[in-house]
Design a binder for this molecule. Structure first.
Ligand SMILES: [Zn+2]
Length: 241
């Protein structure tokens, strides 16, 4: 259920006790481990614990956090985002590795709960399947899928993409024959079309996968796969939810 407040909470705000409690509860969703006490008290000045936590929360999307939550404001809405970050666990057992355009790869790997769960589930399936087929259990990286951009924590424009704003898109690397965790495109000798096709078929079999863009002619013949400019070195998935 959507949380609403009657008046502003935080720096220089009205700070009704009931509203403060609601905001403190929401803030605790984002603080790990939860350590902000839900006491309904906020004195509205710098240094107040609730004000500081609001500012910390806002710092991921505001250049100058104002430390305040308004009844119809963006901070209240963002505090209630149900998105998840792709678990940033590299290597063995996770089914995928991460790649990205910035040092903080994880900042670009937020999505709807279902999108993240779908990625994790299918990557894991693929890794298990690949290891069974090839008997490569001793090779930790075998079958790991490269997962790239999804969305920012609260969505919005993500350069250089037209999409990736709603937490429903993900870019992934095609498979390499040498299983190195490096880029590959469909014209490269190391590109493994057969394994990439298996991976894409697994995604297509998942009920949350709506469509895929990719330029390998053997693969874009599949239903719900289309070719699209610049999709030689990654495939792009759109999820339903
Ligand atoms: Zn994409």
């Amino acid at each position: 259920m959507k949380v609403s407040i009657t008046a502003s909470v935080g720096k220089g705000s009205v700070n009704n006790s009931v509203d403060v409690r609601k905001v403190q509860n929401l803030l605790n969703r984002w603080i790990s481990p939860r350590f902000l006490s839900v006491d309904g008290v906020c004195n509205g000045t710098e240094g107040d614990r609730t004000v500081e936590e609001i500012k910390k929360f806002q710092s991921s999307y505001m250049a100058v956090p104002d430390g305040r939550v308004d009844p119809n404001g963006g901070t209240l809405r963002k505090l209630q985002t149900k998105w998840k970050q792709l678990p940033q666990n590299f290597g063995f057992g996770s089914g995928y590795y991460q790649y990205g355009r910035s040092a903080d790869i994880g900042a670009r790997q937020w999505g709807s709960k279902k999108t993240i769960e779908t990625i994790v589930r299918v990557c894991k399936q693929f890794q298990m399947q690949q290891r069974t087929i090839t008997n490569q259990y001793n090779l930790a990286s075998y079958g790991l899928v490269g997962v790239g951009d999804i969305s920012f924590k609260f969505g919005g424009y993500m350069s250089p993409h037209g999409t990736h704003q709603e937490g429903l898109n993900v870019d992934m690397r095609p498979c390499r024959k040498d299983v190195l965790q490096t880029p590959v495109n469909i014209f490269n000798d190391q590109y493994d079309s057969d394994r990439t096709k298996l991976l894409i078929e697994l995604f297509l079999a998942d009920p949350n996968v709506k469509s895929i863009l990719f330029n390998d002619p053997k693969i874009y013949k599949l239903p719900r796969v289309s070719k699209y400019e610049k999709h030689d070195d990654h495939f792009h998935i759109t999820m339903y939810e």
